[in-house]
Design a protein around this ligand. Sequence first.
Ligand code: NAD
Length: 307
Amino acid sequence: MQILVTEFMDAPAVERLKAHHEVTYEPQLVDDMPRLLQAAPKCDAVIVRNRTQVRGELLAALQRCNVVGRLGVGLDNIDLDECQRRGIQVIPATGANANSVAEYVIATAMLLLRGAYASTADVATGRWPRTELSQGRELAGRTLGLAGFGSIGQLTARLGKALGMNVMAYDPAMPATNPVYAATGVAATSLEELLAQADVVSLHMPLVDSTRNLFDHKRLAAMKKGAILVNTARGGIVDEAATAAALRSGQLGGAALDVFAAEPLQASAHFEGCPNLILTPHIGGLTVESNERVSSLVAAKVLEALA
Ligand code: NAD
């Protein structure tokens, strides 16, 4: 059978697919829509990351495709209703990049709370900004608020607990009676309570209608003054202009944003010169280890689905 891979996939996983099927591996194909549309009708399975939009014209061209492998977990680039209607199985890499994201959350929270790691140029050139950099905050003893308590939220809770944080989580699909709270030592809470209590608020929910623009001006203002916001979930959940304004006013003590409403982010007047801000190009889930895990998991599941 024919498998089309339109974005980067780890080499050993591609080889594993090739051992069983005819594979077209073109990691740049996502940027060449005419050629992608030309290749689509021939394939029985397509494997994508988050940039290939499996909807509309492309989905219509995938005439005999039965399987969509997703090298990641968010499914907002796939028209799930239409796939279901056509009996196309969608296979995400659930859990395989969770640790990379969880480590990103803890690392950026520590960097932003401490605020002391950008002194290399000063120290190397003989300045000694010891007084300015002696007011950093510790992670231990602070409260981590997780908005969304699925696989990444739960792993982030484990890392936060291991470092001595108090952890609370809000997830509308997981009532306080869910045994996962007792098992992880995490307090179930409402979004309002989480915003009022947490020193670090980290988002781990999908982008759906009910979460679009959830972190708007009002909710950012309801956070504890000086708290840190980390968004590795999806752009569109956080209002970017309101986040920049909250950083400038000191309402937010820092923010790490890995995902944006439009990616790549265009040069943005909101963020220029914004204090205590870490911006990364949607790499929260990308590490050497997670690339291997994600690719090998999807390869195995796609092979199983085609068997
Ligand atoms: P998951 O499906 O395991 O968990 C998501 C949780 O969010 C679920 O428990 C769900 O009940 C909850 N949720 C739904 N609506 C909510 C709401 N309104 N408020 C609070 N919680 C809500 O997903 P996951 O694997 O933990 O991934 C979480 C997010 O991280 C997703 O948006 C995913 O796209 C994103 N992600 C980003 C990267 C990256 O590179 N930055 C990598 C992996 C995943």
